[in-house]
Design a protein around this ligand. Structure first.
Ligand SMILES: [Zn+2]
Length: 409
């Protein structure tokens, strides 16, 4: 097949993950276009060939050839799609092949969970082992291995596996070593190696918030946005991910996105990093929960409680935290000029309770035009996100190079 780069309709707004290749060699262009088409149907679901052409700016004949090659690799399949806009007969479209799967593993202080996730984001099955105390790395690998063993017969019979992705709350380097995870109590642990040995497949490890940012921009509220700042808050602190021009910013050794350690009050409380007044100690659910007389509430419960609360002390503490958050967000928006800020977890709760106060503050202060157009959104995916997000780590190499990374049928 002779591949070439199309130049028609290049100004068409394409999603972050589906940008056709810049002009290099024909072979590079073909590979990058295959990747663009696969990423498009992976993130967006079934599409007709003409829709793929519209999203990518590629001609009909090029799309037909690329789709045929992806069908031959068995990473996409044919399916019927409804015509967009007006009524009519369903036409034959293309979807990600959901029998191509990855294991999605979450390392949490309270549980180890493993989900079997298909290309395209469908969760086929999920198992979970609850824990009374955080597991050490050896115990974590043993538990994961026994959960995976329970899925093995089903995988062998019905699916083609690309590998496993693991999300860890902590600092993870690009080689899969967990440098520090305060909530798990891990330090300098080469988790990618240990787990690959235990479960016998390629393992990719990432920080849970960065992985969440990637999934939220691929499947969630940030799906059609190229420049997104994602911030997530929990009892463990605040983490973030910055997606610029459709790619997650990793920084040196993969540590970019530690927005929680932005100092917002130099005379504030001491943070685990040794500084005072970091964002994650100034904006934290503990004080609000104490005022509500609660020990722990999930995101949905906290939404309800804060919607009903009339106690002025609690309301003042929420307002203080919202104001601190707005100062930090204003700085981030000025620094990175995102189109959208996505707030997840506890920060999503603060946005829901105080949307006007927060968006007014962020809109008022930024420099330039970006501040007037930046959208503040609450993360869409909630708990479903962490089931599918780690699998994205394992799909990454297949999505960027379908020809050499497609699992054998
Ligand atoms: Zn800090």
């Amino acid at each position: 097949m002779a591949a070439r780069q199309d130049t028609a309709d290049r100004d068409l707004v394409a999603p972050a993950t589906a940008r056709p290749a810049a002009r290099t060699t024909n072979e590079d262009v073909r590979q990058q276009n295959l990747s663009a088409v696969l990423q498009l149907v992976h993130g967006r679901g079934a599409l007709s060939r003409s829709e793929i052409g519209a999203w990518t700016g590629l001609t009909r004949s090029t799309v037909t050839a690329l789709v045929q090659e992806l069908l031959d690799l068995q990473v996409v399949c044919e399916t019927s799609v409804k015509p967009t806009g007006r009524a009519g007969r369903p036409s034959l479209g293309v979807a990600a092949e959901d029998r191509v799967v990855a294991l999605s593993v979450s390392a949490d202080p309270h549980a180890v969970s493993v989900a079997l996730v298909g290309l395209g984001g469908a969760v086929h099955s999920r198992v979970r082992h609850d824990l009374a105390k955080p597991p050490n790395p050896r115990r974590f690998a043993q538990l994961t291995s026994s959960l995976v063993d329970g899925m093995r017969a089903d995988i062998d019979r019905h699916y083609r596996l690309v590998g496993a992705g693991v999300a860890v709350p902590g600092l993870v380097d690009s080689g899969g070593t967990v440098l520090l995870s305060p909530s798990l109590g891990w330090r300098r642990e080469n988790l990618a190696h240990r787990l690959a040995d235990a479960i016998g497949m390629e393992v990719t490890v990432g920080n849970d918030t960065s992985v969440g940012a990637m999934a939220e921009t691929r499947f969630g509220v940030g799906r059609d946005v190229d420049n997104v700042l994602y911030l997530s808050g929990s009892m463990n602190g605040i983490g973030g991910g910055l997606v610029l021009d459709g790619a997650l910013v990793r920084g040196t050794s993969g540590f970019a996105g530690e927005f929680g350690h932005t100092v917002v009050n130099t005379s504030g409380a001491l943070c685990s990093c040794g500084r005072r007044g970091c964002l994650q100690v100034e904006v934290h659910p503990a004080k609000v929960l104490a005022l509500l007389g609660r020990r722990g509430l999930d995101e949905d419960e906290l939404d309800i409680e804060l919607g009903l609360v009339r106690d002025p002390v609690t309301l003042a503490e929420v307002a203080r935290q919202v104001d601190v958050l707005s100062v930090a967000l204003t700085n981030f928006v000025n620094a990175f000029a995102p189109q959208m800020v996505v707030l997840s977890g506890y920060l999503g709760v603060l946005l829901a309770t105080s949307r006007e106060r927060l968006s007014a503050a962020v809109r008022l202060h930024p420099v330039g035009a970006e501040g007037r157009t930046v959208r503040l959104e609450r993360a869409h995916m909630r708990s479903h996100l962490m089931q599918i997000a780690p699998a994205e780590l394992a799909f990454e190499s297949l999505l960027s190079d379908p020809v050499s990374r497609a699992p054998r049928a």
